[in-house]
Design a protein around this ligand. Structure first.
Ligand code: MG
Length: 99
């Protein structure tokens, strides 16, 4: 759930830097999350690695919410989420049937 405060900041960011810059920022933050996830596994889930992973998840969540807000993608994203969740349920059901 995106708050009014977040929406206000997202609109200000888009106005200041533009959508292309913010999409590039999403890509950059996604890369940082990738690194944090790899470090979390490699560092055997130490507290610092967990904190870094949480921080990068927050960065990516904010950028995702901003891009969804700017491009009005909320409904489409939700539809894809539901489709993919149904697919996951099917995979799990098949896996349960196999084992
Ligand atoms: Mg970051």
């Amino acid at each position: 759930m995106v708050t009014d405060r977040e929406k206000e900041k997202f609109a200000q960011s888009i106005e200041k830097w533009g959508i292309v810059s913010q999409i590039l920022m999403l890509a950059e933050e996604s890369g940082e999350l990738t690194v944090a996830a790899l470090h979390y596994v490699r560092n055997k889930k130490q507290v610092e690695a967990e904190d870094h992973l949480a921080e990068e998840i927050a960065d990516v969540e904010l950028m995702i919410d901003e891009i969804k807000f700017a491009l009005l993608l909320g409904t489409k994203v939700q539809a894809y989420r539901e489709t993919k969740l149904e697919r996951l349920e099917q995979y799990l059901a098949r896996a349960r049937a196999l084992f």
